[in-house]
Write a protein that binds this ligand. Structure first.
Ligand code: FEO
Length: 398
């Protein structure tokens, strides 16, 4: 059974969603599933834009067959070769042997690395600014290296003004018939996943994302068709502004995130005290997470969302508690910056976690540590330590 929908002139959605997968890229929990988007333009020549992950390949092939309705497929434009989008290229080539694969030099190199068919004899190499005409529609290619792999490009249909944006403007979350962002409660139901998707997957490449946004600002765009999540045809500026904020590593809104690693609850108790003092000082939008309970991808997203953070951890095996270490190293790998942070350590003997957290945070660029010497809690917070936490709240609230 076909599951397709017309989204623009001659343009059909032929992708599909996976609600069974637990971990996207075998690392990110996706409670709301994920969609693998693909688009087919029916012109004098037929043009497919990207394929899908193996998990939804059966439905995808059925969709493509239905829309083609007996016609042959002339072109497959490949904007991104990561297997969640390219896994079904060989099936397409088997079913439509005359189809020409269109990609840049790196695209075609990567496809050759993944597959064993003769890619060179079946492909057309394009460069930045090249145009492919399918009849009424003309497709212009814009290179977007490192958004999120080096071969990535985006494709612009000059007739419909649709931008096929690869991973950019994508999000976790399966699609449920409402394919457009204006058909769902995007801000309420999707934005958190969009932020988590961007920051964890593409977040390291903010400079490259800003370059693409700059190129895109010269183009008149009526619709953005990403490879994951809803399609944008309204309020494009609102979502592009979110991307500008994320790509420039700016905080999205006022607030403080507190992440703690606590074994028996004493570190947790200390940061609960700190949160109350912050609240006394007028700080709002305080969000507290146990690093052992909340997946790192959510913590990373929250740390980027707010301008201020508290990291509180117990010492473990004379080192930093592994969950906290993992978060801080992940933040470093994603170029966490432009933030004000505070450190709290706890332990009964040979405390090391404060020193270790400071070392990692100091190795990042543009991080203001309000207390280079961590508030140090011997077993449980009391006496002078409470005064230190009071002072930390004041320094952080400033
Ligand atoms: Fe959705 Fe970079 O792949």
């Amino acid at each position: 059974m076909q599951l397709t929908r017309k989204i623009a002139l001659d343009t059909f959605y032929v992708g599909s969603s996976d609600r069974r997968l637990e971990l996207f890229e075998n690392i990110y929990p996706i409670e709301r599933g994920v969609s693998y988007n693909s688009y087919l333009v029916m012109d004098e020549k037929t043009v497919l834009l990207d394929t899908v992950d193996h998990s939804v390949s059966r439905q995808f092939l059925e969709n493509v067959r239905y829309v083609l309705d007996g016609r042959k497929l002339d072109y497959l434009i490949v904007n991104h070769v990561e297997p969640d989008h390219c896994a079904t290229i060989d099936s397409i080539i088997r079913e439509y042997p005359e189809c020409r694969i269109v990609g840049n030099a790196k695209t075609l190199q990567f496809i050759s690395q993944f597959f064993s068919f003769d890619v060179a004899s079946k492909s057309e190499t394009v460069k930045e600014g090249d145009v492919l005409s399918s009849g009424k529609h003309s497709f212009t290619f814009v290179l977007a290296p490192m958004v999120h792999w080096p071969e990535v490009m985006v494709t612009y249909d000059t007739l419909t003004k649709v931008l096929f944006s690869a991973d950019a403007f994508g999000t976790f979350g399966a699609l449920s018939g409402n394919l457009f962002a204006d058909e769902v409660e995007f801000e309420k139901e999707w934005l958190d996943d969009a932020r988590r998707y961007y920051l964890n997957i593409v977040g390291k490449y903010g400079v490259q994302v800003m370059n693409v946004l700059k190129k895109a600002s010269d183009i008149d765009i009526s619709m953005i068709c990403p490879l994951h999540g809803p399609i944008w045809r309204k309020d494009l500026g609102w979502f592009i502004d979110k991307y500008k904020t994320w790509a420039s590593y700016e905080a999205e809104e006022e607030g403080v995130v507190i992440v703690y690693s606590s074994i028996y609850g004493n570190t947790e108790q200390a940061v609960n005290y700190l949160a109350l003092r912050l609240s006394d000082l007028g700080v709002r939008n305080i969000h507290m997470y146990d690093a052992s309970k909340t997946d790192c991808s959510y913590l990373l997203s929250e740390c980027f969302r707010y301008p201020k953070a508290v990291f509180a951890s117990v010492t473990y095996n004379l080192e930093l508690f592994p969950k906290m270490e993992s978060l801080l190293l992940d933040l470093k790998a994603h170029l966490y910056q432009k933030r004000k942070v505070a450190i709290v350590e706890c332990g009964t003997w040979a405390l090391q976690s404060g020193k270790k957290m400071t070392e990692i945070l100091k190795s990042m660029k543009n991080i203001e540590i309000v207390n280079e010497k961590a508030v140090s809690i011997l077993s449980s917070a009391k006496g002078d330590v409470l005064k230190e936490l009071d002072a930390l709240a004041e320094a952080l609230a400033e």
